[in-house]
Design a protein around this ligand. Structure first.
Ligand SMILES: NC(=O)c1ccc[n+]([C@@H]2O[C@H](COP(=O)([O-])OP(=O)(O)OC[C@H]3O[C@@H](n4cnc5c(N)ncnc54)[C@H](OP(=O)(O)O)[C@@H]3O)[C@@H](O)[C@H]2O)c1
Length: 316
């Protein structure tokens, strides 16, 4: 790889673990700041990956992290929170990172956005993602933006959440049952990022990332439940009831399963703008179908999820 030293913000999360291990596998030296190093245990064993505890909202820390890097990848993101938190994590952090990269002469920058990112979109998530994209496009860096639909993989919190719910609930009540998604495999996302790093043809481009098939949310929930061995009826909630359900979930302690802002995001389908979808050839990926891969981990047969289960039982 021409870019060898890579800073990955948000590298300890679900998508980050795949991108970081792909980079490490191709001989890159990867620096991953995390708010808590113990939450990035899965990366520490990679020989060319350094995980450091750092406050990425502090300009001096960001400048120190950017120094000596050849490229930066920004994966930081949240799904729930207040307007101020969305602004901080999506927009302000992006601007700070762009400035730190410019100051440290880090020319290459890959940005994780989302399908539906739009400064005037219906949700805080989409509006903040849209404003972050504007900041990236306004920068003088050699940027590439990626806009995935929902991402599936062994550690995802989307299909796995419905599989877990199906294990305890006799009926699955959901809002936005007819909203469309086009799930993309996490390995395809990781390969798209890493393949584009050294490819000048991807500079200044924005790429949608999707799978080969469009599903309604109802179909995805039914699939996840059945693949986990729990065939359950899906109850499509009318909008008013769905908002009430989301509001109650927001009041529960911890991260909500669903928020009203998520429902606002679902006012728009999360599918590629052109159908049938085919990934841009320069990304070097093919769109992997969801069922074969997701059936394995939802049934607990995927090596990662099997070990995850053993670890959870052993409290490690
Ligand atoms: N998963 C999907 O289906 C999907 C679809 C479209 C777009 N995306 C985008 O892809 C990116 C990665 O998503 P993911 O699924 O991997 O999410 P994830 O597992 O929740 O990881 C998110 C990462 O963002 C970092 N982060 C969260 N809040 C932060 C804060 N306040 N300050 C600094 N860092 C913060 C976390 O850092 P720590 O490691 O310090 O906790 C974590 O590494 C996000 O930008 C997301 O919007 C995801």
């Amino acid at each position: 790889m021409r870019h060898r030293n890579i800073l990955v913000i948000g590298g300890a999360g679900f998508v980050g673990r795949y991108i970081v291990s792909e980079l490490a596998g191709r001989g890159c030296r990867v620096l991953v700041p995390a708010r808590r190093r113990d939450r990035a245990k899965h990366l520490i064993t990679l020989p060319t990956c350094d995980v450091v505890e750092a406050d990425v909202h502090d300009d001096a820390s960001l400048q120190a992290l950017a120094a000596g890097q050849d490229a930066a990848i920004n994966l930081a993101g949240i799904l729930h929170g207040s307007q101020a938190r969305f602004e901080q994590v999506h927009v302000t952090l992006t601007q700070r990172l762009l400035d730190a990269c410019a100051g440290a002469r880090v020319r290459r920058y890959l940005h994780m956005s989302a399908l539906g990112a739009d400064p005037s979109g219906p949700s805080m998530y989409q509006r903040s993602k849209g404003r972050a994209e504007q900041a990236v496009r306004d920068s003088k860096l050699a940027w590439t933006i990626f806009q995935p639909s929902v991402i599936f993989g062994a550690e995802d919190s989307f299909l796995n959440m419905f599989a877990r719910l199906a294990a305890i609930a006799p009926v699955l009540p959901i809002g936005g049952a007819e909203v469309k998604f086009q799930p993309v495999w996490v390995e395809d996302v990781a390969h798209a990022f890493v393949n584009s790093l050294d490819n000048e043809a991807t500079v200044g481009r924005t790429y949608e990332l999707c799978g080969p098939r469009v599903y309604t949310l109802r179909e995805l929930v039914q699939f996840a439940a059945e693949a986990a061995g729990h065939r359950r009826p899906v109850l499509a909630l009318p909008d008013g009831i769905a908002r009430l359900q989301a509001r109650l979930m927001e009041l529960a302690p911890g991260e909500p399963l669903l928020s009203r802002d998520n429902l606002d995001s679902m006012k728009r389908d999360s599918v590629a703008s052109r159908q049938p979808y085919a990934p841009a050839p320069e990304l070097g990926i093919s769109a992997t179908p969801m069922e074969p891969e997701a059936s394995l981990y939802l049934a607990g047969l995927h090596p990662r999820t099997r070990f995850g289960g053993f670890r959870a039982r052993a409290r490690r």
